[in-house]
Ligand binder design. Structure first.
Ligand code: HEC
Ligand code: HEC
Ligand code: HEC
Ligand code: HEC
Length: 198
C-alpha cells in the first residue's frame, strides 16, 4: 500500500512537472512571437559587389540612414532616396524619370518605423534584383531598367554598375560641392569604394 501511495505521489509530480514545463514552452513561444517584428534588424554594414573584379565595396548602411549624411549634412538620408521603388506609384511619379513602384500596388512608404513595425510591409528588394549585371535578366523584372532623362535623347541601361554609381557617387558629388572635406568617394575615386578582400 505504502508503495502504491509513493508511486502515485511521484507520478503526480511527474505529471505536474510535465504540464508546467509545457506551459513554459508555449509561453516562451508566445513571447517570441510577439517580440519577433522588432527583432528584424536593418543591416548595419553591407558588403556590395563581392564578385566585382575591381574589388568589393563596404557600405555603411547605418551611417547613411541614421546619421547626418544628407547633402546639407544635417539629417539622415530618407530610405526612399535609395530604395526608390519602396513607395506608392503616385509618389514615385513625382520624381521623374522614376515611375516604378514595387510591389506595384503598394500603399506604404519605407521608413525605419514602418520597417520596425512590419518588415514585410516595408517591401525592400535588393537593388540587384532589378539592376542586374549587364547581359543578365533581373529576378523581379523582364529586363534591366532603362531610363531616359529630360535633358537627353539617350536611353540608358541601368545595370548594377550604372545604378550604384549614379546613386552613390552621384550624391557624393553633390556633397563635395558644399563640403570640400567630404569623405564620400566621388565618381573617379574608384579605389576608395572598391577594395580587394583581405
Ligand atoms: C561610391 C562608391 C563607388 C565608386 C567611387 C566607384 N564604384 Fe564601381 N561600383 C560600386 C558599387 C556599389 C557597385 C555595385 C556592386 C554590386 O553590383 O553589388 C559597383 C560596380 C562596379 C562595376 C560592375 C562590375 C560587375 O561585375 O558588375 C565596375 C566595372 C566598377 N564598379 C568599376 C568602377 C570604376 C572603374 C570606378 C572609378 C572610375 C568605380 N567603379 C567607382 C561603387 C563604386
Ligand atoms: C544611401 C542609400 C540607402 C539608404 C538611405 C537606405 N538604404 Fe537600405 N540598403 C541600401 C543598399 C545599397 C542595400 C543593399 C541592397 C542590395 O543588396 O542590393 C540596402 C539594404 C537594405 C535592407 C536589406 C535588404 C535585403 O534584401 O537584404 C533593408 C531591410 C534596408 N536596406 C532597409 C532600409 C531602411 C528601412 C532605410 C531607411 C531607414 C534604408 N534602408 C536606407 C541602400 C540604402
Ligand atoms: C523593383 C525593382 C527595383 C529595385 C529593387 C531598385 N530599382 Fe532602381 N530602378 C528601377 C527601375 C524600373 C528604374 C527606371 C525608372 C523607373 O521605372 O522608375 C530604376 C532607376 C534607377 C536609377 C536611375 C535614376 C535616374 O534618375 O537616372 C538609379 C540610380 C537606381 N534605380 C538605383 C537603385 C538603387 C541604388 C537601388 C537599391 C537601393 C535600386 N535602384 C533598387 C527598378 C528598381
Ligand atoms: C544622398 C547622399 C548619399 C548617397 C545616396 C550615398 N552616400 Fe555615401 N556618403 C554620403 C555622405 C554625406 C558621406 C559622408 C561624408 C563625410 O563624412 O565627409 C558618405 C560617405 C561614404 C563613404 C565613406 C565612409 C563612410 O561611411 O563615411 C563611403 C565608402 C560611401 N559613402 C559609400 C556609399 C555607397 C557605396 C553608396 C551607394 C550604395 C552611397 N555611399 C550612397 C552621402 C551619400
Amino acid at each position: 500500500m505504502k508503495r502504491i501511495i509513493m508511486f502515485t505521489i511521484v507520478a503526480s509530480f511527474l505529471v505536474i512537472g510535465f504540464l508546467v514545463s509545457n506551459v513554459d514552452i508555449s509561453l516562451t513561444r508566445a513571447l517570441a512571437q510577439t517580440t519577433e517584428p522588432s527583432q528584424v534588424k536593418i543591416p548595419e554594414v553591407i558588403i556590395l559587389g563581392k564578385d566585382v573584379k575591381l574589388g568589393q565595396v563596404t557600405f555603411n548602411h547605418v551611417n547613411h540612414n541614421g546619421g547626418k549624411y544628407s547633402i546639407d549634412g544635417t539629417s539622415p538620408i530618407a530610405c526612399i532616396e535609395c530604395h526608390h521603388t519602396a513607395q506608392p506609384a503616385a509618389d514615385v511619379a513625382k520624381h521623374p524619370p522614376l515611375k516604378t513602384a514595387w510591389p506595384a500596388d503598394r500603399t506604404t512608404t519605407l521608413t525605419a518605423e514602418l520597417y520596425a513595425k512590419d518588415a514585410k510591409a516595408g517591401g525592400v528588394a535588393a537593388c540587384r534584383d532589378c539592376h542586374a549585371k549587364a547581359g543578365t535578366v533581373p529576378k523581379l523584372l523582364d529586363k534591366i531598367p532603362e531610363v531616359k532623362h529630360e535633358s537627353s535623347t539617350a536611353i540608358m541601361s541601368m545595370t548594377n554598375q550604372q545604378a550604384f554609381h549614379r546613386n552613390c557617387a552621384g550624391c557624393h558629388t553633390e556633397v563635395a560641392k558644399v563640403n570640400k572635406a567630404t569623405k564620400g568617394p566621388t565618381t573617379m575615386q574608384c579605389m576608395v569604394c572598391h577594395k580587394k578582400a583581405a
